[in-house]
Design a protein around this ligand. Sequence first.
Ligand SMILES: C[S@@+](CC[C@H](N)C(=O)[O-])C[C@H]1O[C@@H](n2cnc3c(N)ncnc32)[C@H](O)[C@@H]1O
Length: 268
Amino acid sequence: MKSHNYVHGYSDREQERLLDQANTLAELLHHDTFYPAGSNVLEAGCGVGAQTIILAQKSPEAHFTSVDISPVSLGTARTSIEQRGLLNVKFCAADVFHLPFEPDSFDHVFVCFLLEHLRKPLEALKRLKMVLRSGGTITVIEGDHGSAYFYPESKFAQQAIDCLVKVQSDMGGNAFIGRQLYPLIKQAGFRDVRVTPRQVYADSSRPEWVNGFTKNTFNAMVEGAKEQALKNGMADLKSWEQGIADLHAAAGENGTFNYTFFKGIAVK
Ligand SMILES: C[S@@+](CC[C@H](N)C(=O)[O-])C[C@H]1O[C@@H](n2cnc3c(N)ncnc32)[C@H](O)[C@@H]1O
């Protein structure tokens, strides 16, 4: 299966970024995710397995089927799971729009940072609903780059973030999807939809958040858009570099950084 061409790409640095992101955010995003013994859970868009590790460790008696369109990422995910001795995950190369499963195959579905990269997120949710049994739950976690605000303020830093948003949208994605989770999940036909915001706040008194989130997750993600942003004339090199320097200032001694994720849970 051919890998999907998605905004953050599949480089080693991006794989590290996804792992940093998952580890730093584990408690904030997953403290209330637990699947009962014996339940079958589909994880769609598992990537390099950053969330898979957390899910499989937190629910050791549930059975996970983790799929992704990228065989390379799946290979990395499989190795990570094996290295940790986790036996409750199997992997499968699959496109979320053409899932190779019978209707009603799963008790739960889990999706994290996938919808933001899809041209048709609503259609993806409908496809996932088909393979979920009646009464089963779906959990969807997405970010929203419009929720990023920081100190010191900088129009160059904001411009760099806007470049990432534009690059993602040019590739068919939506970096503002977090705010849309509630209507999307409802329109897909799920009931009892409940969305909760999960706010990140980082200042230098919380170095784990500054390093794990501001620097290694958010800033690294923006920096990854450099080539496309410059190539497409969204920014010139000088203002881009100023923007990145200013984003790093927000991760400095007197800087602060805020970002909100959204987690939706609903029932079929
Ligand atoms: C940002 S990564 C998130 C990975 C993982 N969920 C995490 O949180 O670390 C998005 C993943 O979605 C995958 N993806 C993109 N389009 C897909 C599709 N149509 N079907 C399945 N996976 C897809 C990409 O290959 C990539 O691994």
